[in-house]
Design a binder for this molecule. Structure first.
Ligand SMILES: Nc1ncnc2c1ncn2[C@@H]1O[C@H](COP(=O)(O)OP(=O)(O)OP(=O)(O)O)[C@@H](O)[C@H]1O
Ligand SMILES: CC(=O)N[C@H]1[C@@H]2OC[C@@H](O2)[C@@H](O)[C@@H]1O[C@H](C)C(=O)O
Length: 384
């Protein structure tokens, strides 16, 4: 048994998810128990600074160092807080905060440079030194260096924790960005048949639209209630679905660099001729998230799954969930909670597992998911 802390702040930049996890076993034969999970929101100032940088705001080197420090200390504090009243952890896996993600060029795409780049701030050395706990961080760079996307990395953990003997499943994360892991039933060579990719926008456009429509007084559409009071404009959804990303075959990854502020402003312009109410506009953006997910299954999966398991904050958006269920017709849509894996802390749990695997010398990437030519050890180890 090893008690490990997993830490991540995702593309929604809503705060640091921390999971204290008891892990036993090796490789795919692991068992996990979530001992504690909590989200520690960023200060408004730090969140706005991160969002500005993700949106392309320029930083000089001193400002970059200061931002990296602020994130690292916030992550270290989250690690301290999650242990209050608990047995002490012996290992931390910290994803940090993605502030820039550039996928490698696709097949046939002529582009310089030839490899990707993925930058997460909140350096592990500070977390290890502040907490006194060995910390693994910088998980994406090894996969990127050999030509992979460095994302998504959770699929190997999804495969370990959520595969089923006879049921093919899609595990659909709906964070700021959406990503899917398709896990075939556990027949011969099932692991090599796992497929995964970023499906496109999760909540990123919705959150930005709510912020814009409420002049900053709200940051998300709670339970999808606002969107549920509107009607999606289907011609607009069709128009948006013609965007290149949705037609690019996997492996593929994306981020706020594409589905961020500029994208939303284009959506607002595209919607002008339709004179949509705010509720209709939100319903239409929600439909884009749902339709892009289902479109990608129908286009890129060898077969449709028998069940879809949602996780991430978007799984709490009841309107989005009902739209997904409608579009998937008879395929049942539930959440990972219903099969025993916490849907809010699955990503934080995944980085605890990745750190655990790193210490054991077990690779963390799935080449079919990231497009890397081989499995690699993920993460740099910072001894306390
Ligand atoms: N009750 C709710 N109703 C509607 N939306 C919700 C609810 N709870 C959370 N969300 C949405 O989920 C988002 C946060 O999701 P999550 O924490 O999974 O994202 P993330 O981990 O930052 O992103 P990513 O997985 O892309 O890295 C919020 O910004 C909000 O849009
Ligand atoms: C570069 C980056 O941070 N990507 C995130 C983002 O958020 C969701 C999706 O895009 C996924 O590819 C990834 O995160 C999860 C944790 C992953 O690597 O599996």
């Amino acid at each position: 048994m090893t008690l490990v802390i997993g830490l991540i702040s995702g593309t929604s930049v809503d705060g640091i998810d921390a999971a204290l996890v008891d892990i036993t076993g090796t490789d795919l034969d692991i068992k996990i128990e979530l001992v504690a999970g909590a989200t520690y929101p960023y200060s408004t100032e730090l969140r706005e600074q991160i969002l500005a940088v993700c949106g392309g705001a320029a930083l000089n080197m001193a400002q970059l160092a200061q931002l990296d420090d602020a994130i690292a200390f916030a992550f270290a504090q989250a690690a301290q807080n999650i242990q209050i009243g608990q047995q002490k952890a012996t290992l931390i896996g910290s994803h940090g905060q993605t502030v820039y993600h550039r996928p490698p060029p696709g097949v046939g795409e002529i582009s310089q440079p030839k490899i990707g780049y993925s930058l997460q701030l909140g350096r592990g050395a500070i977390i290890a030194n502040t907490t006194g706990i060995t910390t693994v961080s910088n998980f994406r760079v090894a996969d990127v260096a050999i030509g992979g996307h460095g994302a998504p990395l959770v699929p190997r953990i999804d495969a370990a924790l959520l595969s089923h003997p006879v049921e093919a499943r899609c595990v659909q994360n709906i964070g700021g960005i959406g990503n899917v892991t398709h896990i075939p039933s556990r027949d011969d060579n099932w692991l090599t048949k796992v497929r995964a990719w970023d499906t496109g926008p999760g909540n990123s456009l919705l959150d930005l639209a709510v912020y814009h429509l409420t002049k900053g007084t709200k940051t998300y559409d709670q339970d999808g209630a606002w969107a549920a009071s509107g009607t999606p404009c289907h011609p607009l959804v069709e128009q948006w679905l013609s965007q290149d990303y949705f037609h690019t075959p996997p492996p593929k990854s994306t981020g706020r660099e594409l589905f961020g502020d500029t994208y939303l402003h284009q959506c607002i312009q595209d919607a002008e001729p339709y004179q949509l109410s705010p509720a209709d506009f939100l319903a239409t953006l929600t439909e884009l998230t749902a339709a892009s997910i289902v479109h990608s299954y129908r286009t890129f999966l060898p077969q449709m799954p028998q069940r879809v398991l949602l996780c991430g904050g978007g799984s709490r958006n009841l309107y989005l969930k009902s739209r997904l269920q409608q579009l998937l017709t008879s395929i049942p849509v539930s959440t990972t909670d219903e099969v025993g894996l916490n849907a809010d802390f699955k990503e934080a749990i995944a980085f605890a597992v990745l750190a655990y695997w790193r210490q054991l010398g077990t690779p963390g990437n799935l080449p079919t998911a990231t497009g890397a030519p081989q499995e690699v050890l993920l993460g740099e180890i910072w001894q306390a």
